[in-house]
Design a protein around this ligand. Structure first.
Ligand SMILES: NC(=O)C1=CN([C@@H]2O[C@H](COP(=O)(O)OP(=O)(O)OC[C@H]3O[C@@H](n4cnc5c(N)ncnc54)[C@H](O)[C@@H]3O)[C@@H](O)[C@H]2O)C=CC1
Ligand SMILES: O=C(O)/C=C/C=C(\O)C(=O)O
Length: 486
């Protein structure tokens, strides 16, 4: 491997940027540690303005030729890219687990295959974009989806490869070139992704990766004057900063942000399935934006259901995420651990009572016990703010109006989960909860054709299917007077 590299989980990974088809090193570095055991995984190049300028220039240079290929010309290259990800599922999964502490089995069976699907799904979909026309009395309106140009893609550490390819897939399929800024707490799989794209024949400059700290590399990219789209997944607070940069240059921005999603259990629900699903919210130590962290249970089944959840949660084994029996791995970083522990401490001080958990787990520095807080009133911080850890709250309700009010009583609106066997009731509640996605009798079932995103402070815009292309293209109408051609 050219340039600087590290070996993690037996895999060689470049610690340099990937700019214009070459590995580029910065003098300045940032250290990367594994949350599993605190081991030092390596030092990566920390980009700033110079690297952002070089990457945007490379992407701009590569844009005309990539755009000119059209969806059909790009298809075989992107399919090969997806095949390259599939061929390295085990490497990517093992590196992701070392880097961010997510469950190895989840990465092998779900997360990395989904990354490949993100690339191939949008490559296929792009074939269907052009060719629509709208007939009106005087003219025919030919609708075109032209690539927007250079897209900056910024992603968080909890699922970096999956969330980055969720943007790279449609952006490249639509004919854009991209600059990726991976999360500094889990930067490695995005570096591998660049090698895989290169080996698949993605031309130099079409996909660039600038490593570094958000406030430096990320800031330089979102403030760059020659960027046509900014797509961000991360926290609401960071989105507000990036949004100011986007507003200054009127650059379209999409934002997939945090959540504090309700998990509603009606008395007529399949309580065993619901209890298993509640316990599943602890997976990956609750570092899942979509997690249904506010459990709301109909009063008449509250005690029975609590015992079922207690039983299911007792199987949420805390441990090394490489172990197949582990369900709850580490929190990502000591700063994040302190943040989660702070929420728990303040919840206790506010009068919330842990029914279980509430402490550092007896496993390692960054491991936290699956925790459930009762004695919750809706205004408590623990019921309002996103913890992004294995911490759930428990509330009850007596009527549908009451639970809808509770569910909507946060600044977030990313997702929600509802268990009920009564279709009319379920659909009524689901339609009245403000959220981008509402799962009924299931959780985290994803179809890439469906819209995905958040309401209120959980985001701007939607990704998935046609919505991704609405964002990554300049939609044009060529309006031709009928009978005006010779
Ligand atoms: N809605 C969704 O699809 C998802 C949302 N998330 C949210 O992400 C958050 C956790 O991720 P974090 O990495 O802690 O979020 P974060 O907002 O701190 O960082 C996200 C990314 O933004 C970059 N960044 C930070 N400051 C920046 C700046 N000033 N300019 C440009 N880039 C900057 C970081 O380097 C990182 O790559 C949670 O709130 C979670 O809910 C996570 C996964 C999915
Ligand atoms: O399926 C998606 O597009 C987004 C998923 C989000 C996560 O995987 C997460 O927050 O862990």
């Amino acid at each position: 491997m050219n340039g600087n590299s590290v070996k993690v989980a037996g895999v060689d990974i470049s610690t340099d940027h990937w700019i214009g088809g070459k590995r580029v090193a910065s003098k300045q570095k940032f250290a990367n540690f594994s949350p599993i055991d605190g081991s030092h995984l390596g030092d990566l190049s920390a980009g700033g303005k110079a690297e952002a300028d070089a990457a945007v220039a490379a992407a701009r240079k590569a844009f005309p030729a990539w755009a000119a290929l059209g969806p059909k010309g790009r298809l075989p290259i992107l399919k090969k890219f997806a095949e390259g990800i599939k061929a390295r599922v085990n490497d990517l999964a093992a590196v992701e687990t070392m880097d961010n502490g997510s469950l190895l089995m989840g990465n092998v069976h779900r997360v990395v295959p989904r990354a490949a699907q993100n690339i191939e799904f949008f490559a296929d979909w792009a074939l269907t974009l052009d060719g629509h026309s709208i007939d009106s009395p005087e003219v025919v309106n030919h609708v075109r989806y032209d690539p927007a140009g250079v897209a900056v893609l910024i992603t968080p550490w909890n699922a970096p490869l999956m969330l980055t390819t969720w943007k790279v897939g449609p952006a490249l399929a639509a004919g854009n070139t991209v600059v990726v800024k991976p999360p500094e707490w889990a930067p490695l799989t995005c570096s591998l992704m660049a090698d895989i794209a290169h080996a698949a024949g993605v031309p130099a400059g079409v996909l660039n990766v600038v490593q570094g700290i958000g406030e430096e590399a990320g800031d330089a990219l979102v403030n760059h004057p020659d960027v046509d789209r900014i797509s961000f997944t991360g926290s609401t607070d960071t989105a507000k900063i990036i949004g100011q940069a986007a507003a200054r240059s009127i650059t379209p921005m999409s934002a997939e942000l945090g959540g504090k999603s309700p998990f509603i259990v009606c008395a007529d629900a399949d309580l065993d399935a619901a209890a298993q699903t509640v316990a599943g919210q602890y997976m990956n130590a609750g570092q899942v934006c979509l997690a249904g962290t506010r459990i709301m249970v109909e009063k008449k089944i509250e005690e029975e259901f609590l015992e079922k959840v207690r039983g299911a949660a007792s199987h949420m084994i805390v441990g090394d995420p490489r172990d197949k029996d582990t369900r709850v791995g580490p929190l990502i970083h000591k700063e994040h651990f302190a943040r989660v522990a702070g929420f728990v401490e303040r919840a206790r001080a506010d009068g919330a009572v842990p029914l279980w958990g509430g402490n550092r787990a007896n496993f390692g520095e960054l491991y936290f016990e699956p925790t459930l807080f009762a004695n919750i009133t809706p205004e408590l911080e623990i019921a309002q703010r996103e913890v992004f850890g294995p911490v759930l709250t428990w509330q009850n309700f007596s009527s549908d109006d009451e639970v809808i009010e509770l569910a909507n009583n946060t600044r977030y609106g990313l997702a929600g989960t509802l268990f009920s066997r009564n279709e009319k009731r379920a659909m009524d509640i689901a339609s009245r909860v403000t959220a981008g996605t509402l799962w009924v009798n299931c959780f985290f079932v994803r179809d890439l054709a469906a819209p995905f995103g958040g309401a209120k402070d959980s985001g701007i815009g939607r990704e998935g299917g046609t919505w991704s292309f609405d964002f990554y293209t300049d939609i044009k109408n060529i309006s031709v007077r009928k009978g005006s051609f010779a």
